[in-house]
Design a protein around this ligand. Structure first.
Ligand code: NAP
Length: 270
């Protein structure tokens, strides 16, 4: 079991949803936590919540503003964070965005921005921080999605980015093992966050139909699964019973998964 107490955690997208829940639980578990996001006000409000979960006076908490898609800014901000707070033992690449739409309504600009945020964003932080993590080892968790192993109607750009995050993580796991760095990927099902509320407002009817009936997870439960995954060194972290069932069905009964999706889509299109 890997220790959390006293570890330095760098967490992107830590001011909302799954990221904020994870930061709060890591603080309660005794970690030092640095959160990164774009908007200062959200970061500062999140930091107050994280501070309130402190387990000991020795813990350090901080926030830094950056856009993970901006490679130069990531490079400068991460270098400064390492210098002033120390190298991370745990890096969690949690930033992600989704704008569900029919494929023909997805502009090149949307596709480009989704890839830059969800995939390049993770690449940017990893490439800057791995040189600092190699000496001490640690864990990198990249947040994908169930839409990172199941193609979902209305999510062509999102699925492309999240499948890619799984591939990046699997290859990286092989390469970084020799430095004592474990790479994992988190694939949450639908989770009750501000991000999902925005997505729901834009979902095509078919997308709503295929996810109807699925249980909505709470961000604290997803965060608990993430932290358990880090402690155990699990590669594919799929929170919740329904998520695990979907992951198992996708591997062993892919035709059944396709049939269930087609049925929902046909009903919505009637
Ligand atoms: N919620 C779900 O149902 C669900 C399901 C499966 C997977 N996921 C994945 O889980 C992760 C978290 O989702 P969530 O729903 O918790 O998100 P959320 O509530 O929308 O929070 C997103 C966080 O990322 C930050 N962020 C967004 N774009 C950024 C950028 N370009 N650079 C830096 N920070 C940025 C946001 O702060 P700022 O706006 O201030 O930057 C915020 O802190 C995402 O990768 C998402 O794809 C979510």
């Amino acid at each position: 079991m890997k220790e959390i107490v006293g570890k330095n955690v760098f967490l992107t997208g830590g001011s909302s949803g799954i990221g904020l829940s994870t930061a709060r639980l890591l603080a309660a578990a005794g970690a030092n936590v640095v959160i990164f996001a774009r908007h200062e006000r959200g970061l500062e409000a999140a930091l107050v919540q994280i501070e309130s979960r402190r387990a000991s006076a020795a813990q350090r908490f901080a926030c830094r503003s950056l856009d993970v898609a901006d490679r130069e800014r990531v490079s400068a901000v991460m270098a400064e964070a390492v210098q002033s707070l120390g190298a991370p033992d745990i890096l969690i690449n949690n930033v992600g965005r989704a704008l569900p739409r029919h494929f023909e309504d997805v502009t090149f600009e949307q596709f480009d921005e989704t890839m830059k945020t969800n995939l390049y964003g993770a690449w940017n932080t990893i490439s800057v921080l791995v040189p600092h993590m190699k000496a001490g080892g640690g864990t990198i968790v990249n947040v994908s999605s169930m839409a990172g192993f199941i193609g979902v109607f209305g999510y062509t750009d999102y699925c492309a980015s999240k499948f890619a995050v799984v591939g990046l993580s699997e290859a990286l796991r092989q390469e970084l093992r020799c430095y004592g760095i474990t790479v994992a990927v988190l694939c949450p099902p639908d989770t009750d966050t501000p991000g999902l509320a925005n997505e729901d407002a834009a979902k095509p009817a078919e997308t709503k139909a295929v996810s109807a009936g699925a249980r909505l997870m709470q961000p604290d439960d997803v965060a608990r699964a993430l932290i358990r995954g880090i402690e155990r060194g699990t590669f594919m972290i799929v929170p919740g019973g329904e998520g695990k069932l979907a992951w198992s069905m996708k591997r062993h009964l892919p035709a059944l998964v396709d049939m269930i999706m087609r049925r929902g889509i046909r009903q919505a299109q009637k």
